[in-house]
Write a protein of this length. Sequence first.
Length: 315
Amino acid sequence: MSEELEQPSSQFLIRHATLRQIQIFEAVSRRLSFTRAAEELYLTQPTVSAQVKSFVEAIGMPLYEQLGRNIYLTEVGEKVASTCREIINNLANLEMAIDDYKGLKRGRLRVSVVTTAKYFVPLALGEFMKEHKNTELQLDVSNRENLIRRMQSNLDDMYILGQIPPNDLDLEVIPFAPNPLVIIAHRNNPLVGQTVTLKRLAKEPFILREEGSGIRSAVQSLFDEHGLKVNHRLTMDSNESIRHCVVGDLGVACVSKNSLYLDPANGPIVELDVEGFPIQKQWNIVYPKGKELSVVARKFLEYIQGDGKRFVPGS
């Protein structure tokens, strides 16, 4: 008779999957590359492949498909990756909590922001990190669509954006600073120095952000409310490209006023005085509802809601 008692099937993974395999598969699922996961974890690519193979065998179902050099997670793979990420996050939070009890200021902070927030978030993080020098920092700057994808995959501790995400995401939303949206034009535009009606503005060629952008949605909603149509000339996918187009006198645009604070007073870009503007919006801190923030993430949340707000122009 075997000395080892038969274990319930619910403990199969505990017996056959290791924490190292969980860490490696999570990196592969996030990077969608064995090579990039190996680089991140300072392992060889064959080691990563072997560990993932053993992990897949422990699960007993295919977790990914490989077509050429591209990796695609299966439905089960997505679920397993999400659970692996929760396990790793919980262990990281435990480690930070233990360090905090020891009086050590270290940990990991992952923040993802929309492109317009890059004008102030790095400044706030820079000041915050002076008191948390041993914290490993990751800052991701992307458009709204990519940010929401990161939320869905729970890749970061928190997210900073203007427009509140879709209702189907169960999120904590904390407004913390004003985010006024204004109209800009080239200094030589004939509307500069005038009080401009929305009807008159509708005649100007407009440079818009991509579909799904919070600023684009705000502009279109305002025009729709007044029965007007945006005279759309160009679509650009970044604030920099929009600003360059305005400098080139290709049209007017709507941007966050926060993005203008470094512009010289006599520069080529001018804020117009337009009926209905500024559109008063808020910057929001967002994270999944029920998510247990790490010690350092909670401290940064408190900081950005308090002293860190001074880096947001107009706060």
